[in-house]
Design a protein. Structure first.
Length: 481
């Protein structure tokens, strides 16, 4: 048999023992005939999880806002789809829990090229109490929307819109423009800014209020840019006017997810530009409010496997527990409906950005991380999508996993085929050699391989997070590691 046709498949055998913890954990897949996108999550005073996103209906032609409430054990309390009317496409981006109500921010379509901001107030039973549709700019639709609830009890939104433009050759192209919007708690509009830029790479991703409540910091990318990195941290006054612009160190950009560690230190993360020190990784750094770097680190599966930040939010901090998450083996060519296997990648870090532990979850389909939430019990909730191209066509499921403070799922899995990994073998299937990526909490490890009859095949010892195993002597087949 030629080497090119020789295939070896490796299956993970979990035989590590972990003690049980009192924190509640679970994992859950929610599957519907519609395509699902889950974008944000909050907890309420009863420790329930409320999750929002959208479902695509009617053969990919109509979107509907979707909201789901789970108890602390992962059981569904209630769920519903919400539309502004029967003929309008709409979707949810963000949710806030304030004074026993849920405030959801999203977008509603006016026509095929124009969306407006949609503010929905829901009670504990997920019933609509009030809603407002706010004017924007014609012929623009929302690609990214992130929001905060500030010290003045207002919602402040940023992100970027898309529009169809005409380039210098007279051909239609997509162009992107940032926006800033401030909304009262009752849904009334306070101030809106929708600038128009000639260049298609001027965008905003996220926003946070300064610790002294005097201004906001917004994070994005500017092209052409006065900064070599293109990434930018804007300082805005309370009227949403720009008062300063600073570059982000090390060429880190996209999906910043800013969060404060203390009064003058925030942590942000993102992907790396092609000329950055580490590309296709979760680049994490702490900075001051003056954009001065304090600490830096990066996390990824090594080699050609790419990590990518969570689509909506990938940093969450609660009671000193700092979590970072993204997608391992992200597919840049087909980021939502890939034929690859991928993983949720979760890392718990210290204040100086050094890691405590990391795990991967999934690997049996294409998983894409959208948001995480550090919980009061010290654990973390991750939400995203799961796509199995062998049984689905452009239809994704919702995947939710709650782990304890050690990153473990201690309850019985609802779907036992989905696993937590402390080591990843790739490529899988393999040929002449395989690479092993070991979680950072294991400075020394032993790799053992067995055939399907349980017979011992080989053993390798590794120091550090990477190892290579020669498999040229193995016959074609399936093996357990």
């Amino acid at each position: 048999m030629s080497k090119t046709s020789r295939t070896i498949i490796f299956l993970f055998l979990m035989w590590l023992f972990h003690p049980l913890f009192s924190q509640q954990t679970f994992e859950k897949i929610i599957s519907y005939p519609e395509d699902q996108v889950i974008s944000d999550v909050v907890t309420d005073e009863d420790d329930n999880f409320i999750i929002v996103g959208s479902l695509t209906l009617n053969n990919l032609q109509m979107k509907s806002g979707y909201i789901l409430k789970l108890d602390g054990y992962g059981n569904i309390i209630s769920e519903r789809t919400i539309q502004q009317n029967d003929t309008t496409a709409c979707r949810f981006f963000n949710i806030h829990h304030i004074n026993q109500y849920y405030y959801v921010l999203g977008a509603v379509s006016v026509d095929s090229v124009t969306e407006k901001i949609w503010c929905v107030k829901l009670n504990d039973g997920l019933e609509v109490v009030d809603e407002q549709v706010l004017n924007t700019v014609d012929e623009r639709w929302f690609s990214v929307m992130n929001s905060i609830f500030d010290s003045d009890s207002n919602f402040v939104l940023t992100g970027y819109t898309e529009r169809i433009d005409i380039n210098h050759m007279g051909n239609p192209i997509y162009n992107y423009d940032p926006y800033f919007y401030k909304i009262k708690l009752n849904g009334d509009s306070l101030r809106a800014k929708f600038p128009t830029y000639e260049y298609p790479l001027t965008v905003m991703y996220d926003i946070i209020e300064s610790k002294d409540s005097s201004k906001y910091f917004a994070f994005g990318m500017v092209y052409p840019s006065p900064f070599a990195t293109r990434s930018v941290m804007l300082s805005l006054n309370k009227e949403l006017d720009s008062i300063a612009a600073d570059s982000i160190p090390l060429g880190v950009y996209q999906f910043y997810s800013p969060a404060y560690i203390n009064d003058n230190k925030m942590v942000i993360y993102g992907n790396g530009l092609p000329y950055a020190s580490v590309v296709y990784a979760l680049n994490v750094l702490s900075i001051t409010e003056e954009a001065e770097m304090i600490n830096y680190n990066h996390f990824k599966m090594e080699g050609s496997i790419r990590d990518y930040p969570s689509w909506q939010n990938g940093i969450s901090i609660n009671n000193g527990n700092i979590y970072i998450a993204g997608t391992s083996n992200f597919d840049y060519t087909s980021p939502r409906y890939s034929t690859r296997d991928s993983w949720f990648h979760l890392i718990k870090i210290n204040e100086d950005i050094t890691p405590q532990w990391e795990y991967w979850y999934g690997g049996d389909a294409y998983y894409s991380t959208y948001n995480i939430l550090a919980t009061d019990d010290g654990g973390c909730l991750m939400i995203g999508t799961r796509y199995d191209f062998e049984v689905q066509y452009l239809i994704r499921d919702t995947y939710i996993v709650k782990v304890n403070s050690e990153g473990l799922i201690t309850s019985l899995p609802e779907h036992p085929g989905i696993e937590m990994h402390e080591a990843i073998v790739y490529p899988n299937p393999g040929n002449e050699e395989i690479k092993v990526r070991i979680a950072i909490q294991h400075p020394q490890s032993t790799f053992e391989l067995f055939d399907m009859n349980g017979q011992f095949v080989l053993r390798e010892s590794f120091f550090g997070t990477e190892g290579v195993v020669n498999t040229t002597f193995l016959p074609q087949g399936t093996y357990l590691y």
